[in-house]
Design a protein around this ligand. Sequence first.
Ligand SMILES: [Cu+2]
Length: 312
Amino acid sequence: MGASSFRRAASITASILAVMAAFPALAKDVNLHLTAKEVNLPIDNKGTMQASWTYEGQTPGPLLRITEGDRVNITLTNDPNNKNSHSIDLHAARVDVVKDFESIKPGETKTFSFIANYPGAFYYHCGADPMYQHIARGMFGMILVDPKDAKALPKADREYVLVQSEVYNNPDDTHSIMKSDWKHVVFNGVAFKYDPVHDAAATKMLVAKPGERVRVYFVNAGPNEFSSFHPIAGIWDAVYPSGNPKNKQSGLQSFVVGPGDGATFDLISPVAGANVIVDHAMPHAHTGAMAVIMFSDDADPAMGRGENILVR
Ligand SMILES: [Cu+2]
């Protein structure tokens, strides 16, 4: 290639790069597929089992993570081995409740689409009748819509997902759910799942290093109880109601998240030691809604990253 044609090619390349830089990244099409599965799952660290209705056999269901502006094509399959109709209602979507959120019978599949215009930590759940029973049985999860501007939030060193819910003595008895006659209030499906201090059977904790910015994405699945979300021995550096960067609040001790709502919380510990993330309503905390976060210089670098954001 001669010098002049090289200069011409370089100039064309520079022009293309300049045009690309003038526009934000193109929104993606994201195809998500969830299967409703009726399975038995543990509700405490001893392994007490309960008949559960789930997405993908897990409570909470898979963390769905997309970026603001993405077009989401979501497909729900109701496993043919199930006995009940199921649906999916995503709080990140603006669609037609009748057409898109309708329930489907075992063996059926349906797809609908939406554009995720608002960033945040959003709830998704089954809305099949009676909805409160499907939620009480464990049929919910989080859809996280990251802001398209990567600088909209300060960079987090670690991220964790906590989904609060109630576990019922007898979820077959719909009246007991309507009376909120629950046995445990839990994070991520299991009482005291990350709290070996209050339950010797617990094997897991959340971890980080002192000084790290830890971002907790939180959704309260309910179906009934409000959460007064508090880090014992810490202060929320920032709270973003619904997880939207425009909603920033600073220096909060507790923040109330109602059933069907979510928020994003940043926590920084200046010292080594433990905080306990709780729902500060005592009957909720002391039946299972406590999670230890241990701050130490030798914190496992794999925790709060990659596959360990929603710690199973
Ligand atoms: Cu359902």
